[in-house]
Ligand binder design. Structure first.
Ligand SMILES: *[C@@H]1O[C@H](CO)[C@@H](O)[C@H](O)[C@H]1NC(C)=O
Length: 289
């Protein structure tokens, strides 16, 4: 009897060792483009406090449905680009929650599953408990007596856990992320909101293959970004403007000069640097260190 139980124990020990050697390997990861659903903490619109059930468990509810898709907001793993999510009708409770968010009395706390849930369960193994990373939507804006101003353009930065990426559109799991309003004071990227209005969120989503922020030749190039992007952008605008007026004979100004300016590297210190020409390049970012 003793011998049998010893054998069983030894066997279990070996199983455990095998499982412990690479516990992550048996778990699924997101394929490129796989949908990642956004859930948010349910809050009381009276107090802004989170709502818990009778077992003190936090309540997570899907992000409001976007008018564009008819479904709650979701990101595609590794997918970069511009995403529109218009919440078609801001009701009274949601409006009050937005007031809490804009005042930072309560964060707009959402979360993303680190990996897709495993489909298979290994008999005898602990069931998989889904892990999440927080995604706080740092909405910026101003509160007025009769209405709200909300910065509706948001940057969404998502980091994958580092791994050896074999191909540009490789699979992986999530590491961290953040979302924040940009230029909330600019009327072009903000909206005036009263109860019953639509909230048109415009999200610029970028991915990073590691938790680190990208560098150029090992350096973070703030000066490169601030310095010549700014100068050349202004110059480019000026040149385009002049070219518009002097429509004839504008070849040099309108075509040759801007092309030359473009050739002079626009910094490109971060994937956002590439955003000047359209969509960023965080995911396909070549230098990985
Ligand atoms: C929502 O979508 C419907 C159908 O596409 C459209 O008619 C309506 O104007 C949209 N509403 C908002 C607030 O964008």
């Amino acid at each position: 009897m003793a011998r049998i139980s010893f054998a069983i124990l030894a066997g279990l020990g070996m199983l455990q060792a095998a499982a412990a050697s690479k516990p992550e390997d048996s778990l699924p990861s997101y394929h490129y483009g796989a949908p990642i659903h956004v859930e948010c903490l349910d809050r009381s619109s009276e107090t802004g406090e989170h709502i818990a059930d009778e077992k003190d468990q936090l309540q997570w509810i899907p992000f409001p449905a976007c008018n564009e898709t008819g479904r709650p907001l979701e990101f595609g793993y590794g997918h970069e680009g511009e995403l529109n999510c218009t919440i078609p009708f801001i009701d009274d409770p949601t409006y009050h929650l937005l007031e809490f968010y804009v005042h930072n009395d309560a964060p707009m706390t959402c979360r993303l599953p680190v990996r897709p849930a495993p489909q298979v369960h290994v008999v005898g193994q602990k069931p998989y408990v889904q892990e999440y990373i927080p995604l706080v939507f740092a909405l910026a804006g101003t509160l007025q007596l009769s209405h709200l101003h909300i910065g509706t353009h948001m940057n969404v930065l998502l980091h994958a856990r580092p791994k050896r990426h074999i191909q540009p559109k490789d699979s992986g799991v999530l590491d961290s992320g953040v979302a924040y309003s940009t230029s909330p004071l600019d009327p072009k990227s903000s909206t005036r909101l009263v109860i019953g209005d639509a909230l048109p969120l415009r999200l610029s989503v970028r991915w990073f293959p590691t938790p680190a922020l990208p560098k150029t030749e090992g350096l973070v190039e703030w000066q490169g970004m601030g310095g010549h992007i700014y100068a050349s952008t202004v110059f480019y605008s000026l040149v385009s403007f002049l070219a518009g007026i002097v429509a004839s004979g504008a070849y040099f100004l309108g075509v040759v000069l801007p092309r030359r300016l473009k050739g002079r590297g626009l910094g490109g210190a971060t994937p956002l640097g590439f955003g000047v020409n359209g969509v960023g390049n965080g995911w396909g970012y070549k230098r990985m260190d």
